[in-house]
Structures are given as structure tokens and as C-alpha cells.
Design a protein around this ligand. Structure first.
Ligand SMILES: Cc1cc2nc3c(=O)[nH]c(=O)nc-3n(C[C@H](O)[C@H](O)[C@H](O)COP(=O)(O)O)c2cc1C
Length: 176
């Protein structure tokens, strides 16, 4: 027997990412996002849904660039700080102790401590009722050697990504 639920954003699990934006020289920021996903293969593209009220929305709109940093489960504290405070009133790099380092192709900084970083360049912005969807090409990828398997691919057991569902954080574990 199935129960009908109200229409809602019920897709699970979704990834939790730290998006860094702005520039190393000027204002820079980090925002926690769960509305993020792959949207195209060739070229590789992601989409992120950001409310226009966010400071990060302002920075990404100005520069047309951002970095998707994939945190490890043990970086949850930083994820919570970046998801509950605004860069308008606090420096989240200072607040979390995360380090901004230069990216290769975009001006937005990478977060050094996150094992995987996707440099992204915005191609299109779709205005939706509550969020703006930034569709962006992944123009460079960085992965810490410690999270790669013998064939040079990301090993999720090592990268330990976070997932989000029903207001709760989950960590991914392999099936076998
Ligand atoms: C787990 C989690 C997921 C979030 N996902 C999103 C999201 O997908 N889009 C969004 O606009 N805000 C999202 N937020 C809220 C922002 O992270 C939060 O409002 C943040 O303080 C905005 O920072 P900023 O003003 O510095 O950009 C999320 C927060 C948390 C904790």
C-alpha cells in the first residue's frame, strides 16, 4: 500500500558540496549546497540551484565562475558553518580554517582541504521561482592522490562524501 505525499523535493540522497566563489584577490566566499548535480556529459557540466538572496549568488553572478569542492564526512563542521552563516557578514575561510588556494582556470579559489575540486564556468542561468539554476561547464578537476584507486579513479570509500536527506546528513558506504 502506498501513501501519497505532497509534491516536494524528494530526491535522495543528494550530495552536499561546498561551493567557493569570488576571487583570491577580492571578496571570496564558501556556501554549502545540496541542490547540485550533473546535467551534461560532453562537455562535462553541473547545475547548482542558488537562492538570489545568498551572497554567493551575487559573487557567482558577477564572476560567472565557481568551484564545486566535495567535502569529506569528517568536514561536517565546516559544512554546517558555511550553510548557516553568510559571507556578507563573516569570512567563512577564517571561520572554518579552510584554505583558499588558486585554481587553474577560474578566478574562484579552490578549498585546499577538500579532496576533490571541480572548477566551473557558468554557461547559462535559468531563473526558477525560488532559486536560480547556474548551469556550468567543468573546466578543470583536481583530486587528492589519497582518494584515488589503483586505476586513478575516485574511490568513494576514501573520499567519504556526504549526502543529505530530510534535514539530516548521511555518509556513503560501499555495498560490499
Ligand atoms: C545542507 C545544506 C544544503 C543547502 N543547500 C542549499 C542550496 O542548494 N541552495 C541554496 O541557495 N542554499 C542552500 N543552503 C543554504 C545556504 O548554504 C545558506 O543560506 C548560506 O548561509 C548562504 O551563504 P551566503 O550568503 O554566504 O551565500 C543549504 C544549507 C545547508 C546546511
Amino acid at each position: 500500500m502506498k501513501k501519497q505525499l505532497t509534491p516536494q523535493t524528494l530526491l535522495y540522497p543528494v550530495p552536499v558540496v561546498l561551493v567557493s566563489c569570488g576571487g583570491l584577490a577580492g571578496p571570496k566566499n564558501i556556501v554549502t549546497l545540496a541542490w547540485a548535480g550533473v546535467v551534461n556529459s560532453t562537455p562535462p557540466m553541473v547545475g547548482i540551484g542558488v537562492r538570489p538572496s545568498r551572497y554567493s549568488h551575487e559573487l557567482i553572478s558577477q564572476t560567472g565562475e565557481f568551484v564545486v569542492n566535495i567535502p569529506r564526512a569528517d568536514q561536517l563542521k565546516a559544512v554546517e558553518v558555511c550553510g548557516s552563516t553568510s559571507g556578507r557578514t563573516s569570512d567563512k575561510f577564517a571561520a572554518t580554517g579552510l584554505t583558499a588556494v588558486p585554481a587553474q582556470k577560474v578566478k574562484a579559489p579552490l578549498i585546499a582541504e577538500c579532496p576533490v575540486n571541480l572548477e566551473c564556468r557558468v554557461q547559462q542561468v535559468v531563473k526558477l521561482p525560488s532559486h536560480d539554476l547556474f548551469l556550468a561547464e567543468i573546466v578543470a578537476v583536481h583530486a587528492d592522490e589519497t582518494v584515488l584507486d589503483a586505476r586513478g579513479r575516485i574511490d568513494p570509500a576514501k573520499a567519504r562524501p556526504l549526502a543529505y536527506c530530510n534535514g539530516q546528513y548521511w555518509q556513503c558506504a560501499p555495498l560490499k
